[in-house]
Write a protein that binds this ligand. Structure first.
Ligand SMILES: [Zn+2]
Ligand SMILES: [Zn+2]
Length: 195
């Protein structure tokens, strides 16, 4: 597999002259894993995978049909191939995955959109001023902030076993208040109803 070794890499990084395309794919994969990039590399392997002749030949099979350089160049010139990246990112956005990642990481206040620094199990995904205006029932119905997915609270006895929010049947609860500047305490405390 011929290799283009004239790749401009910043910061004086030198790619070894023996680097093959397969090595480059492996390098990108390892960089992505290290930095937490979510990526799908659409290279020639994806096209080979899609060929009818390879239907029964796994990627590591010696009998797998490989694209010649000339075939690969033809694929790269097609309008369809040039659209892959744009269509791919649009599919991710339209599936709501970026919105969900922001929400699940607790990056923004669910009520006003303010940026949040602290972890969601400290903020309940609300800024301090919105948290005091949010009734406890809403937080009990919302996803559990101690999970990185769309999971509900897991109530056992009087609290969620994951984030510690009081269970709905807990008596004398009416509102919640943040507990600022106290890293040992979650930024949520239940204040009994004054009435
Ligand atoms: Zn807010
Ligand atoms: Zn919870």
């Amino acid at each position: 597999m011929p290799t283009s070794l004239r790749i401009a890499v910043p910061h004086g990084v030198q790619l070894p002259r023996t680097l093959t395309e397969a090595d480059a794919v492996d390098l990108v994969s390892r960089l992505a894993e290290h930095y937490g990039w979510s990526y799908q590399l659409f290279g020639r392997g994806v096209v080979e995978e899609h060929l009818a002749v390879n239907r029964d030949h796994p990627a590591e099979s010696k009998s797998r049909h490989r694209l010649s350089e000339q075939q690969w160049r033809r694929v790269r010139k097609t309008a369809a191939w040039r659209s892959v990246r744009r269509v791919g990112i649009r599919a991710v956005v339209e599936a709501g995955l970026l919105d969900a990642a922001v929400r699940q990481a607790g990056l923004e206040c669910l009520a006003c959109g303010a940026a949040l620094d602290a972890a969601p199990d400290l903020t309940w995904s609300h800024c301090a001023s919105c948290l005091v205006r949010t009734d406890l029932g809403t937080l009990q119905q919302a996803r559990c902030p101690a999970t990185a997915a769309e999971k509900a609270h897991q109530f056992a006895e009087s609290r969620c076993v994951r984030c510690g929010i009081p269970a709905p049947e807990t008596p004398s609860q009416s509102r919640v208040e943040p507990v600022p500047d106290d890293p040992a305490t979650r930024h949520l405390t239940v204040v009994p109803d004054a009435a």
